[in-house]
Write a protein that binds this ligand. Structure first.
Ligand SMILES: Nc1nc2c(c(=O)[nH]1)N[C@H]1C(S)=C(S)[C@@H](COP(=O)(O)O)O[C@H]1N2
Ligand SMILES: [Mo]
Length: 313
């Protein structure tokens, strides 16, 4: 069941403008060819980022390989039931608290043990990456779940671009640190901001690992981790760090936000496993959001065929 009630905030910009205007603008942008020096001189970084992100990549072609065993979650629910502690711990109020968060312009620093470290303007990076849409299951450690159409690119494409050295064994990812724009960072100053996460190199290169900039065929709303987040659907949701500013290739297993806070409850791998209960609750079943009956949780969130070989002893 997919009830789509259009709300003002979720109407993509192109639908808010007359179709002819949108088409001519799109053709205009295409004609300029963003790599050219002329374009670089006459347009600001912001203009180019918006052109590439808003006009060019959404909606992206769906990769049908990643099929779901359940209906997509209602878009409104996905945007109004969020974990993003930088804003608030109240899941239903994150969307109301993101107003001051500035996600444009945005740069992502790729650094550490790589042959080609570089700080990318997000629009520039997107023009280099193979963008597609994938339907993925999304399972929070709190035992709720969704099914989401993400738009982005495989993390492996970025890894191939920057060429990690053989000494690089892990990837460390770091979120934004702007307490003046994120009320939860100020109200909960005891957390070790900014949020940080990590993957093993083989996990980061797995074809499921995705860097995501869009959802439901348009840009990510801020509450879902705009402008760029990680999605690793075989792991609990807290691994999928939002609003990434830095990606670092390292030789030692990096520390992670939730493991540092509660090491007995949240481990580094955090793979979805119905047989391993959280110390305070079962993981055997999950509650689809926004409603309906609970369903059994699947090993590796149903992505066994993609990731089982990573965890063979
Ligand atoms: N920076 C940051 N990333 C984060 C979180 C957070 O609090 N801060 N919460 C995580 C958790 S617990 C989950 S379940 C998912 C939620 O993503 P969603 O709101 O898009 O469903 O984001 C993850 N990424
Ligand atoms: Mo979560």
């Amino acid at each position: 069941m997919l009830i789509r009630i259009p709300r003002g905030w979720e109407i993509p910009k192109r639908k808010a403008t007359p179709e002819e205007f949108y088409l001519s603008r799109r053709q205009f942008i295409k004609k300029l060819g963003w790599g050219g020096i002329g374009a670089a001189m006459t347009l600001s970084g912001w203009d180019r980022a918006v052109a590439a992100r808003r006009e060019d990549i959404y909606p992206a072609k769906r990769n049908e390989k990643f099929a779901l065993d359940r209906p997509l979650t209602d878009e409104w629910a996905t945007a109004h039931y969020n974990n993003f502690y930088e804003f608030t711990t109240d899941k239903e109020r994150v969307a109301d608290m993101v107003g001051k968060f500035q996600t444009q312009p945005w740069t992502v620093e790729v650094t550490g043990m790589v042959a080609k470290p570089k700080t990318y303007d997000l629009g520039e990076l997107l023009r280099l990456m193979p963008i597609e849409e994938r339907l993925y299951r999304h399972r929070c450690v709190e035992a709720w779940s969704m099914a989401v159409p993400w738009t982005g690119f495989p993390m492996k494409a970025l890894i191939d671009l920057v060429q990690p050295l053989s000494s690089a064994k892990f990837v460390r990812l770091i979120s934004f640190n702007k307490p003046e724009q994120a009320p939860g960072m100020r109200a909960q100053s005891w957390y070790s901001w900014p949020y940080y996460e990590g993957l093993r190199m083989d996990e980061a290169m797995n074809e499921l690992a995705m860097l995501v900039t869009g959802i439901y065929g348009h840009e990510l709303p801020k509450q879902n981790g705009a402008p760029i987040r990680l999605v690793t659907p075989w792991k609990y949701g807290y691994k999928s760090i939002k609003s990434i500013v830095k990606i670092e290739f390292v030789d030692k297993q990096p520390k992670t936000f939730w493991n540092d806070l509660a090491p007995k409850e949240y481990d580094f791998l955090s793979n979805v496993n119905p047989q391993v209960p959280h110390p305070r609750w079962s993981q055997a079943t999950e509650q689809p959001i926004p409603g309906g009956s609970r369903r059994p949780t699947l090993l590796h969130n149903g992505y066994e065929a993609y990731v089982a070989q990573l965890y063979k002893a």
